[in-house]
Design a protein around this ligand. Structure first.
Ligand code: AMP
Length: 461
């Protein structure tokens, strides 16, 4: 956030991060800039755990703020990796928040280390900070340094960074991860991964940051550098619509809720079923179930109650936690499903753990048949752009056919969305990254893909 005059940006950033909690639940942090002095507050846990009233008050007023919620895709969820990173460099200080995953971070970090650079974290985000700082030494301004760093950085990065006097937002030329801009009635400029955060802080949506664009806000106003923009390589992650983003957000001009409903309608075209009710697995399966019901004529019902006080199971750091998390998270509503032929819609099958349990729950609650529909194609290939799926090993669809998966998860039938339809979730002209469904990547594949690649460097050293 950038405001011309100092105000309580810590409180506003807190609200914004709260709205983005679904994007990362491991840790949260913010940096507030006041008259050129950058102060930071960060901790592990949810936004409500990381910040107390006292801590927010201690940050004081400011005119620049950068916040972050973390879901680790490179480096463990340890304290040292909490963002925003606050860096001291030759030309001043810098706070950096990063969403995404670089594909050349191993090579960049190795080259920097060979020249004697010391890293404090095991994230790829610190590599970005280093590259920007190095470019800053050659360039006249921080925004030129960011633009020049874009020639070096590869992969997925939506960035918000603050210098003592400027706020900069930048999005990689593919636009893998979303980034948008809004404005509060008092003129405060707000950048956020999703429009739901703009709504939370009372900011009006202005526009998305274009893939490859660098936007700078300072005392002299708002400037945009589009020298790295090219419509040719746009590839927003399709999973933003399928799973990551909140349904009330609009990502690159497309409502997430409507994209999910569209997925359900496509499923109805592709998979005609004889059934009594359609239910969605909360939360990301709900809109697709509504779309399926509307297009198929099979009545929609609420088949599960979700415990609102539990975070996304997938974000639990171990498989054990993930498995136990499913039980406490969802409970079928017996009178709704008992004796019925149920169509159950969920957003995706990754390892197959979640749906095996949800189907079992429905059967235990008396469902006569459970037909599973997935509002995404089979997930067959790793993702290198920030979804924490760095190898094909655990992906059930990589090793099994749809029939085999149906048997493993205990479904009476199983149907996926076709790749052709997945590519149209944001409209016919959208250009989405669907590499996890096709194995075809819009960038070079990284040489080292392990999430803990920099931890390994430390232990080996
Ligand atoms: P699994 O139990 O491994 O099959 O995981 C499937 C569930 O994880 C889905 O129901 C989604 O809600 C969630 N999920 C799917 N894809 C992702 C992803 N890329 N990152 C985090 N969670 C995901």
């Amino acid at each position: 956030m950038y405001s011309k005059t100092p105000q309580d940006l810590a409180a506003l950033t807190y609200y914004g991060l709260y709205a983005l909690q679904h994007r990362g639940q491991e840790s949260a942090g913010m940096v507030i800039g006041d008259c050129g002095v950058l102060s930071s507050c960060k901790d592990t846990g949810l936004v409500s755990e990381a910040f107390s009233k006292e801590k927010l008050a201690a940050l004081g007023k400011g005119n620049i703020a950068v916040g972050h919620v973390r879901y680790a895709t490179t480096g463990h969820d340890s304290r040292r990796n909490i963002q925003p990173l606050l860096i001291n460099h030759r030309k001043g200080r810098m706070a950096l928040a990063h969403n995404g995953n670089l594909t050349n971070s191993y090579e960049l970090r190795t080259a920097l280390e060979e020249k004697g650079s010391i890293f404090h974290t095991t994230t790829d985000s610190e590599v970005i900070a280093y590259v920007i700082v190095q470019e800053r030494l050659k360039k006249g301004s921080i925004e030129e340094a960011v633009a020049s760093a874009m020639d070096i950085l590869e992969g997925a990065y939506s960035l918000v960074l603050a210098s003592p006097s400027k706020l900069i937002a930048a999005r990689d030329p593919h636009g893998f991860r979303p980034l948008c801009m809004g404005q509060r009635p008092d003129g405060t400029i707000v950048f956020a991964s999703e429009t739901c955060a703009l709504d939370a802080v009372g900011a009006q949506f202005l526009r998305d940051i274009a893939p490859g664009e660098v936007v700078t806000v300072s005392e002299s106003g708002l400037r945009s550098d589009s020298s790295h923009c090219s419509t040719a390589c746009r590839s927003l992650c399709v999973f933003e619509y399928i799973y990551f983003a909140r349904p009330d957000s609009v990502v690159d001009g497309q409502s997430v809720c409507l994209a999910r409903q569209r997925a359900g309608m496509f499923l109805a075209q592709e998979h005609k079923l004889d059934a009594d009710i359609v239910i969605g697995v909360p939360d990301s399966g709900l809109d697709a179930a509504i779309g399926y019901s509307a297009a198929s004529g099979i009545p929609y019902a609420i088949g599960f109650t979700k415990n609102k006080y539990i975070g996304r199971t997938f974000i639990s750091p171990t498989q054990d936690e993930r498995e136990s998390g499913v039980n406490i998270k969802l409970n079928p509503i017996k009178p709704v499903v008992a004796g019925k032929r149920v169509v159950m819609v969920d957003d995706s099958i990754v390892r197959g753990t979640t749906c095996r349990r949800t189907i079992q729950m429905l059967k235990d609650a008396g469902a006569k048949e459970v037909h599973m529909l997935v509002s995404a194609p089979p997930f067959i290939a790793p993702c290198y752009y920030g979804t924490d799926i760095d190898s094909a090993e655990g992906l059930i669809a990589n090793h099994h056919t749809t029939c085999e998966i149906a048997a493993i998860i205990g479904a009476d039938s199983l149907g996926y969305l076709s790749l052709e339809h997945a590519m149209q979730l944001a409209g016919r002209n959208a250009s989405l990254c669907t590499s996890c469904f096709s194995g075809k990547y819009p960038t070079a594949v990284p040489s080292h893909t392990e999430k803990d690649r920099f931890e390994q460097k430390i232990t080996k050293g």
